[in-house]
Write a protein that binds this ligand. Structure first.
Ligand code: SF4
Length: 430
């Protein structure tokens, strides 16, 4: 028999979680006061429309709000600058070059030391147009008083070459030639998927009359004629978004997330992507004391791999400190920041094995936390387990009036076991 107040909580898990978060008080004297990697998605649309797109992006609107407005961009710039993030990633969700004026605005104003722009490169149709676009990027960056370091990163997956509106090898050639010949004040890099190792990179090398040098099993160097070199890194293949409909799954030709991120664990089993600085193009995820944040094109934002799906915020004039304080009201954020995503993954494997298997099968860090915590009862169970852990280690309290305060303060109460019974019972697999 489980305590009735616990059984009662699982009859309406969503409300029970909300009440528990409201009664939870962490004892951290200081919360993180700065950012690590800040990811901004300017628009959810993309003209390339690849068959494997993890964002299911194309030119069809999937929501009422597909891009950040001018005013929202200014608010985002204030927020990013205030976060003192170590790096800004202008990236995914769609093709950022559809909002080229927003890219330029970010480049000339945002106060961060490093910026990375991710693009499919579909805009590099002719050498002339490529030179014009790259010159405008360079000029905007040089107007920024902080003189940020910039990297332009081209995605080079095979699916781009065969997309409804393909990016051609010549497009990559236009960018690399322009970069090599004009010597702008920014770096460039290429990123593909592991199943494409030795194929797309070779085609680009042929186009450029370049050599490919192996660095390790997922990094290469493109050695251009004239002496310059460009890093190429190969990410795992993600079976999420549109890729769920592909017939090929590339199993065996890609590392799993656990294999890929293994070298970046801060201690065995601990991978806190919520705090890392993402430098995938250099083969690094550097631990930091800051927080990684994602700001989506609809204005919502969250700690990357650090926020439960029901705790995302809408950017609306709040300060960075206010947002961080809100996120840390949730015991799940403490779990993800302190113990990392594999701690959450292991808990869900125990509570709801099918949910866990489906989430891991996508091989996608961007969707992992959302998928693991999609179900109300699993979210409540993880909140309860994380709270008991924090309370019994004297790192948090629960208001004494809360019906579960006594159980959550009792180290002898097997909250994990009880939650597992209740969640599995909910699914008809006691
Ligand atoms: S280019 Fe990138 S964002 Fe666009 S459809 Fe392809 S994978 Fe998605």
């Amino acid at each position: 028999m489980h305590p009735p107040q616990l059984v009662d909580a699982f009859t309406d898990p969503s409300t029970a979680r909300e009440r528990l978060v409201g009664a939870f008080r962490h004892r951290l004297e200081e919360l993180p006061s700065r950012g690590s990697s800040f990811f901004i998605h300017l628009i959810e649309l993309c003209p390339v429309a690849c068959e494997h797109c993890m964002y299911s992006s194309d030119l069809e609107r999937k929501s009422d709000k597909v891009a950040l407005s001018k005013g929202e961009l200014e608010d985002a710039i204030r927020f990013i600058s205030e976060s003192s993030s170590q790096k800004l990633n202008i990236t995914g969700g769609g093709e950022p070059f559809l909002k080229f004026s927003s890219i330029l605005r970010l480049l000339e104003t945002v106060d961060v030391p490093r910026i990375e722009i991710v693009t499919a490169g579909h805009w590099a149709v002719t050498p002339r147009r490529t030179a014009r676009v790259m010159a405008r990027i360079d000029e905007a960056r040089s107007r920024n008083p902080g003189n940020p370091e910039l990297l332009l990163r081209l995605s080079i997956d095979r699916y781009h070459l065969n997309a409804p509106r393909p990016v051609r090898i010549e497009h990559y050639g236009n960018v690399l030639r322009c970069w090599s010949e004009t010597g702008p004040g920014f770096a460039t890099g290429l990123r593909g998927i592991q199943p494409d190792l030795g194929t797309v990179d070779r085609l680009i090398a042929e186009e450029m009359g370049a050599d490919v040098q192996e660095v390790d099993d997922w990094n290469r160097l493109l050695l251009l004629p004239g002496g310059k070199s460009v890093p190429i890194t190969f990410n795992v293949f993600r079976r999420s978004g549109k890729a769920l409909r592909l017939t090929e799954d590339h199993q065996g030709a890609t590392k799993t997330l656990r294999e890929y991120y293994g070298p970046f664990e801060t201690r065995p089993g601990n991978l806190s992507l919520a705090t890392a600085v993402n430098d995938a193009i250099r083969g690094e995820y550097t631990a930091s004391a800051g927080l990684a944040v994602t700001l989506d094109s609809d204005g919502t934002f969250w700690i990357f791999c650090g926020t439960a799906p029901d705790r995302k915020l809408l950017l609306s004039g709040q300060s960075f400190a206010e947002a961080v304080a809100y996120f840390f009201e949730d015991p799940i954020t403490h779990l993800l920041v302190d113990e990392g995503i594999w701690a959450l993954s292991d808990l869900v494997m125990d509570l709801a094995p099918e949910t866990h298997a489906a989430a891991l099968a996508k091989n996608d860090s961007a969707s992992l936390v959302n998928d693991l915590l999609a179900a109300d009862d699993v979210r409540l169970a993880v909140t309860l387990i994380a709270t008991q852990d924090l309370v019994t280690r004297n790192r948090a309290t629960v208001d004494p009036g809360h019906p579960l305060a006594g159980i959550l303060a009792d180290p002898a109460a097997d909250v994990t076991e009880m939650c597992r019974d209740l969640v599995l019972g909910n699914r008809g697999t006691p």
